[in-house]
Design a protein around this ligand. Structure first.
Ligand SMILES: [Zn+2]
Length: 117
């Protein structure tokens, strides 16, 4: 999997948003914010892993995608669960919570913020 800052990159055959349609393959490339945009500052901590409420398993993302979330938490409409094998929604009503690096085993729906918020 790679990251691209070009919205017209032909590898973006599927967007990260479930509204783009149902599919079960991980996208070949993800759209990310440019380095210049990410350098403007993060509004959330950079966190690299999230857990899925449905299966309780953890998925880890690349650094550039993590920084894109930290710069713009609502950039993505959905994300991939490596264990369920499909994309599901993120955000206030989404299905994923960040793994707290200080408490990686906790998996608390009330204490771990939702991905995309
Ligand atoms: Zn899952």
């Amino acid at each position: 999997m790679t990251a691209t800052t070009d919205p017209n990159d032909p590898r973006l055959t599927h967007g990260p948003d479930p509204a783009d349609g149902p599919y079960r393959e991980q996208a070949e490339a993800y759209l990310v914010l440019s380095e210049d945009e990410r350098a403007k500052g993060f509004v959330r901590p950079v966190r690299g892993s999230y857990w899925h409420t449905t299966c309780g398993r953890v998925t880890t993302m690349g650094r550039v995608i993590a920084e894109t979330y930290a710069r713009d938490p609502s950039f993505y409409g959905g994300t991939y669960c490596a264990h369920c094998g499909h994309h599901r929604p993120v955000g206030e009503h989404g299905e994923f919570h960040w793994v707290d690096p200080a408490h990686p085993e906790r998996q608390s729906p009330t204490m771990d913020p939702k991905v995309g918020t």
